[in-house]
Design a protein around this ligand. Structure first.
Ligand code: ADP
Ligand code: MG
Length: 398
C-alpha cells in the first residue's frame, strides 16, 4: 500500500486544505443524534489547523440529487462540528467560485470552514472534471479522510485527488492500515466470519474470501442456504433455496483453494420468531422440524468455532451469527465476539470487523474497544471485502 499521508505534508501554513470528510450524520428534528463520524475526522481537522492551514471541509449529506435543498444543507451540522472540535466553524454556502474565494479570504491560518453539500451539484456524482477543476481552483491541497465514501468515484472523492497534491487523512490512514493487516498482508492462518441474513447480498464477498482465508466460518441466515444446498432440511428458516447451485460452487471453490468452511452443526431453533419463545430448543442441524426455523448457532458449535479462532492469527468479521436483535439469538455472536476480543487482548489475534449490523452486534457484545479495528464504513468495507479496488483509495496512491 502506497499513499501519502499527513506525515508527508510540507509547510502548509496559510494554504487552503480541501478535506473530504464523512458528515452524512444521523439527524432527528434538525439535531445531530450521533457524532461518531465527526469524532473520526477531528484529528485530521485539528492537525491541519494546528499546522496553520485554512481547513475547508467537503462532504455530502443525504441524496439531494444534484439540486439545492433547504433540508439537506450542511449548515445544519456546523454546531455539532464546532462542539466536537472545540473551534468556531464558518459555513460557506458554495463549493467553488467567487463567493467561496471571498469567504476563504476572510479565514485566517488555522481556521476551519464547511463548504455546502457536495451533492447539491450534479457534477459531484457524475465526477465531472470541470466541476472538480472549479473546486480545485479554491484550494492548494486535498486530504481524503472519508474511507466510507471511497468506493464511489465522485468529484470530491476521486476527481479532486488527481488535480491537487493528495493525502490520506488520519482516519483514512488508520482504516487502510487495519484493512491491510487483515486481508492485504495478514499473518496466517487467517479466518473470516461471514454471517447476516442473505447469501445473495454477500456473494462477491464469499467468492473472494475462499481464495484468501484458511478458515471460512459461515453463520446467520446465509448458513441456512449452504446447509440446504448440502441436503439439510432447514424447515421454515430464512433460506435462499434458489441459490443452492451457487452455494455448492462456493464450497467447491473453497475446497480447491484449501479453505476450510465451517457451517454450524448445532443450532438454536424455534417455531416462532419472538424473544425467548416457548418453542426454543437446540438441536443438530439434521433434526430441524418442518415447522421450526434456525435463528442462531448453538453453544457446542460456537465452542468449536472458538477453537478454530484459537489456531488463527488474523480474523476478519462481517455479519452476525444469528438474529441478534432478538434474545436469546444474540448468544452465539456475543460468545464468539468475546472469544475474539480475548484473543486480541492477549496479542494472538489481529481482529478487524465491519458492516452496519455487525458494528451494532459487536457494540452489544461490549467488545468494540478490544477488536483491533472496527470499520463503520458500510458499503466501502464490503467492497473492500470483495477484493475490489476502491476508486477513492486508488486515487491517493496514484
Ligand atoms: P451487516 O449489516 O453487518 O453486513 P447483514 O445486514 O448482512 O449484516 O445481516 C444482519 C441481519 O441478519 C440481522 O438483522 C440479523 O437479524 C439477520 N440474521 C442473522 N441470522 C439470522 C437467521 N438465522 N435468521 C434470520 N435472520 C438472521
Ligand atoms: Mg445490514
Amino acid at each position: 500500500m502506497n499513499f501519502r499521508g499527513l506525515d508527508d505534508l510540507g509547510d502548509v501554513h496559510g494554504k487552503v486544505a480541501l478535506v473530504r470528510v464523512d458528515l452524512n450524520l444521523p439527524m432527528r428534528d434538525g439535531d445531530v443524534t450521533d457524532t461518531t463520524r465527526i469524532r473520526a475526522a477531528a484529528p485530521t481537522i485539528l492537525e491541519l489547523s494546528e499546522k496553520g492551514a485554512k481547513v475547508l471541509l467537503l462532504a455530502h449529506f443525504g441524496r439531494p440529487g444534484g439540486e439545492r435543498s433547504s433540508t439537506l444543507s450542511l449548515s445544519m451540522v456546523v454546531g455539532a462540528v464546532e462542539a466536537v472540535i472545540g473551534k468556531e466553524v464558518m459555513f460557506i454556502p458554495e463549493i467553488s467560485g467567487d463567493v467561496a474565494k471571498q469567504a476563504i479570504g476572510i479565514l485566517r491560518a488555522g481556521d476551519v470552514g464547511i463548504l455546502e453539500n457536495t451533492r447539491f451539484w450534479k457534477g459531484e456524482e457524475a465526477n465531472d472534471p470541470e466541476f472538480a477543476a472549479a473546486i480545485a481552483d479554491i484550494g492548494d491541497l486535498y486530504v481524503n479522510d472519508a474511507f466510507s465514501a471511497a468506493h464511489r468515484a465522485h468529484a470530491t472523492t476521486e476527481g479532486l485527488a488527481k488535480l491537487l497534491p493528495a493525502y490520506a487523512g488520519r482516519s483514512m490512514q488508520a482504516e487502510l492500515e487495519a484493512l491491510d493487516k487483515a486481508l492485504g498482508q495478514p499473518e496466517k492462518p487467517v479466518a473470516a466470519v461471514v454471517g447476516g441474513a442473505k447469501v445473495s447480498s454477500k456473494l462477491d464477498v464469499l467468492h473472494h474470501l475462499v481464495g484468501q482465508v484458511d478458515h471460512l466460518i459461515i453463520g446467520g441466515g446465509m448458513a441456512n442456504t449452504f446447509l440446504a444446498a448440502k441436503g439439510v432440511n432447514v424447515g421454515k428458516s430464512l433460506c435462499e433455496h434458489d441459490l443452492a447451485d451457487t452455494a455448492n460452487k462456493i464450497l467447491a471453490a473453497a475446497d480447491a483453494s484449501d479453505c476450510t468452511v465451517h457451517l454450524p452443526y448445532d443450532v438454536m431453533v424455534a417455531k416462532e420468531f419472538a424473544a425467548n419463545p416457548a418453542s426454543l430448543r437446540s438441536c443438530n442441524v439434521h433434526e430441524v422440524k418442518a415447522d421450526e426455523m434456525i435463528l442462531d448457532v448453538a453453544p457446542a458449535a460456537v465452542e468449536a468455532l472458538a477453537d478454530v479462532l484459537k489456531t488463527c492469527r488474523t480474523l476478519v468479521w462481517n455479519g452476525p451469527l444469528g438474529a441478534f436483535e432478538t434474545e436469546p439469538f444474540d448468544a452465539a455472536t456475543v460468545a464468539l465476539a468475546r472469544t475474539a476480543a480475548a484473543l486480541t487482548r492477549e496479542g494472538s489475534l489481529v481482529c478487524v470487523a465491519g458492516g452496519g449490523d455487525t458494528v451494532a452486534a459487536l457494540n452489544h457484545a461490549g467488545v468494540a474497544d478490544d477488536f483491533t479495528y472496527i470499520s463503520t464504513a458500510g458499503g466501502a468495507f464490503l467492497e473492500w471485502m470483495e477484493g475490489k479496488e476502491l476508486p477513492g483509495v486508488a486515487a491517493l496512491s496514484g
